[in-house]
Structures are given as structure tokens and as C-alpha cells.
Design a protein. Structure first.
Length: 256
């Protein structure tokens, strides 16, 4: 891909992404402050969640988002007067309960047949000394564990837009993006221990592992790019202003 085609990608509309219909495009455009892919990819997460797999239920930590695998032991539909449905999982170290409110009983029963091996991810709660997750963020068959990101970027959102949907657009755009040549000098990159622009964006939106220091360096480098681009824009405006000259003002007496 030549340089012009490489740059043109960044100016494509967000609506060019698969699944970005008019309503979603409008929501994303308002959120990221622009309607082009460059606006989307330069929108920074607020935090990152470690969703790497824990070894067992016994290794889970209360009040933190965790990912673990287990076997469905039982499903309990809502009793009369109750809206709570529960799925009990087991592993070699103990039990974990998944709690659902107002969910379709038949759907849950099909999703959680006894003996099925699944991977779940969500916030671990302490319910009378027992581990539970209320409405897990992810529930996938064991063979589809890769559908759960090892590290999930969490973005500032607005009504009508979910983090999963926005993350999907980020990943789709990144997978297709052609990156221009690095514009920062290697001396500066080495001095600050920064990665390339491409690697920084990938760590921001699709970090391969939970490494807070590396993620912070990526965020810092992209913040520098933003400030540098803003400074160049102001410099260009001043240059144009000076080169245009000033229009002389003549008074009624002809004095300038």
C-alpha cells in the first residue's frame, strides 16, 4: 500500500466499519468527537481490566474482575415469587455460583446443561462466604476461551453504547489499519522508552497482556503525539497569519 492509500484509511468514515449503522455511527461520532477512523482510534480508554485466566476457584479474589473455568453442576430456575436464577459451577477446589435476574429460564437451561465446561468472567462477590458472579460479563464454552480478551480496555461511554460494541469497532479498525512510517526520532523514543505509534495504539486498545507500566508508556507516547500535533497546528496558523500581511487602515485625514 502506498503512502497516499495508507493515509486515506485514517480519514475513512466510522460508518465504513462492519456493523456501524446510522444510529451506532451517530453515537460513536458524538462520543469520540469526530466521524473518521482516526478519531475513533485516538479515543483513549479510562482503564484496563485484567481478564487473564485464574488457575482455580480457590485462587479467586473477592471484589475483583476475574476469569475462571468450571463445570456446570446444576441450574436452579426462579421459584414462585422470585426472579433469581442460579447456575452452580464446580472445579477441583470448590464452587462458584452465577446469578441471573429476570432472565429467560429456557434460554439459561439450554446455555448451562449439566456437565458442560465453560469459562466465565466477571466481578467476584462474597455472598455469605460463598463465591458468586452476578450477570457475568462473559460466558463462553471452554473451547472459545479466546473470545474473552486477556486485557479489556474500558472506555468512557454514553447511553446507548456498550464497551463491548466500542471495543469491537476498535479491534476491527486496528486489524485493517495501515500505519505510516514512524515520525518521532529514534533518540527520543529510546530516551523515553516509548514504542512506535503502531505498537502504542495496539497496547492501548488490544494489550496482549496486563502490564500497567507498558500500557502507561503507550498512553504517554500517544498523549505526546496529540500535544505535538496541536503545537504544529498552532504554528501553521501563525505562519499563515504572518505571511498574509495586514490590511492598512486609512483615517479620514489620510494618516495610516
Amino acid at each position: 500500500m502506498n503512502r497516499d492509500n495508507s493515509l486515506s484509511f485514517w480519514f475513512r468514515p466510522i460508518s465504513s466499519l462492519s456493523g456501524a449503522g446510522p444510529k451506532l455511527t451517530a453515537l460513536v461520532t458524538e462520543l469520540v468527537g469526530g466521524d473518521q477512523l482516526r478519531d475513533l482510534l485516538l479515543y483513549r480508554p479510562a482503564k484496563w481490566l485484567d481478564r487473564s485466566l485464574r488457575s482455580s476457584f480457590d485462587d479467586l479474589i473477592f471484589d475483583e474482575v476475574q476469569t475462571v473455568r468450571g463445570t456446570v453442576q446444576s441450574f436452579s430456575g426462579a421459584s414462585r415469587g422470585s426472579k433469581v436464577q442460579k447456575v452452580r459451577l464446580s472445579d477441583e477446589t470448590g464452587f462458584l455460583t452465577l446469578v441471573f435476574f429476570n432472565s429467560n429460564t429456557d434460554y439459561l437451561r439450554r446455555q448451562f446443561p449439566e456437565g458442560k465446561r465453560i469459562v466465565v468472567s466477571g466481578k467476584i462477590e462474597d455472598f455469605h462466604g460463598e463465591r458468586q458472579i452476578t450477570h457475568p460479563d462473559y460466558v463462553v464454552p471452554e473451547e472459545k476461551i479466546d473470545d474473552i480478551p486477556l486485557v479489556e480496555s474500558i472506555y468512557p461511554l454514553q447511553a446507548g453504547l456498550t464497551n463491548k460494541r466500542l471495543s469491537g469497532f476498535m479491534r476491527q479498525a486496528l486489524s485493517d489499519a495501515p500505519f505510516p512510517e514512524e515520525w518521532l526520532q529514534s533518540e527520543l523514543l529510546n530516551q523515553r522508552k516509548w514504542m512506535s505509534f503502531e505498537d502504542s495504539l495496539r497496547w492501548l486498545h488490544m494489550a496482549p497482556s496486563y502490564e500497567p507500566d507498558t500500557i502507561e508508556l503507550a498512553r504517554e507516547r500517544l498523549a505526546y503525539d496529540e500535544s505535538y500535533a496541536r503545537a504544529l497546528s498552532f504554528r501553521r496558523i501563525r505562519s499563515v497569519s504572518h505571511s498574509s500581511g495586514a490590511v492598512p487602515i486609512t483615517t479620514a485625514e489620510g494618516i495610516r
